[in-house]
Design a protein around this ligand. Structure first.
Ligand SMILES: [Zn+2]
Ligand SMILES: [Zn+2]
Length: 109
């Protein structure tokens, strides 16, 4: 038969274990939040102070690493990532865009 003291000690140990587990979980949560926050801050800072790699071919916004996409037609133009309109605007002006007409239609016939 377990004594009253032993029961109290067992209960205290269980409570301490539960608290330790809860603390650990909370620390992990906080660390995770911090990691996310830092990542977001690094990204924002990179955008703000990052090396400028060029300008959008359509809206002339300054572009840094990871903020642009190259023209899908391979003309080398950089276009804002996250602004699909920039690519749409660029496509008809693209040097590599297929043309339905030639420079001198008279010659062709
Ligand atoms: Zn743009
Ligand atoms: Zn292009």
């Amino acid at each position: 038969m377990t004594s009253h003291v032993e029961q109290v000690i067992a209960a205290r140990i269980a409570a301490a274990k539960a608290k330790a587990a809860a603390d650990k979980l909370r620390r992990e949560e906080l660390a995770e939040n911090r990691r996310h926050g830092l990542k977001a801050r690094y990204r924002a800072k990179g955008r703000r102070t990052g090396k400028r790699l060029g300008f959008c071919a359509s809206c002339a916004r300054p572009l840094t690493r990871g903020t642009y996409l190259l023209c899908s037609k391979g003309c080398g133009a950089r276009l804002c990532r996250g602004h699909p309109r920039c690519a749409q605007q660029h496509n008809p002006q693209c040097a590599n865009a297929p043309r339905a007409f030639t420079d001198s239609p008279q010659e062709a016939s």
